[in-house]
Design a protein around this ligand. Structure first.
Ligand SMILES: [Zn+2]
Length: 219
């Protein structure tokens, strides 16, 4: 049983970390030196400043199998105007990308389409040591590297909630707002997936900073 797991040392770790070994490894992970290099460069560049809304957390044991060298728990944007609920566990490069998306895209879009500020981004998932789409034997998800954020909706200052699931095909304002923030995410993240991508994403936007051979994905 164990032998089937040892396709590579990393896969074996994936098996041990996860649900134990079975015929198919829980996920497939490979050596990706760029991850640690990119994270160290981001930390050294000082893009990320600790604040009441951004707390450093203990290493998650990564960055090759699962985790990150220095993950952060992000509970709001730098300004404190827009909360992330629940707080998202993210690696360094994701933080400025999420900040810019919220400040430059989400906040103006809320004012434009609803005439009130956005106060909260609803986080459906951030860090999680799991395969892509939770499918046994798939490649390790970007969520496993704290390099992805799933957003299921937004809360406005007047209490209105704009959910991806109901709003993507909801009233015209909700549709326009959600399509604007989805499209706007594509200039900050290398992967943006929403309800038009597949049924697994019908209730959230998946945003990540994967490095891919074929450039960006924006669907
Ligand atoms: Zn996701």
């Amino acid at each position: 049983m164990f032998r089937s797991c040892v396709i590579g040392a990393l896969i074996a770790v994936g098996c041990l970390l996860a649900w134990g070994c079975s015929r198919t490894p829980y996920f497939i992970a490979k050596e990706e030196p760029w991850r640690a290099e990119e994270e160290r460069a981001c930390l050294a560049a000082g893009y990320v400043q600790r604040s009441p809304f951004l707390q450093a957390r203990a290493s998650l044991g990564g960055p090759n199998v699962c985790g990150a060298l220095q993950p952060f728990s992000m509970s709001a944007t730098r300004s404190g105007r827009v909360g992330l609920n629940p707080p998202a566990m993210l690696r360094c490069p994701m933080i400025p990308a999420v900040e810019r998306w919220i400040e430059n895209v989400v906040e103006p879009a809320a004012e434009r389409y609803f005439g009130v500020p956005v106060v909260e981004v609803k986080v459906a998932a951030s860090y999680g040591c799991r395969p892509m789409n939770n499918q046994w034997g798939s490649k390790l998800s970007e969520h496993g590297h704290a390099n992805a954020l799933d957003v299921s909706g937004f809360v406005l200052a007047d209490g209105r909630k704009i959910d991806v699931k109901s709003g993507w095909w909801g009233n015209p304002r909700e549709q326009a707002f959600l399509r604007t923030v989805h499209r706007g995410a594509c200039s900050e993240f290398t992967t943006v997936l929403g309800p038009d991508y597949d049924r697994l994403h019908r209730d959230h936007f998946h945003l990540d900073l994967a490095r891919r051979m074929n450039g960006r994905v924006c669907k």
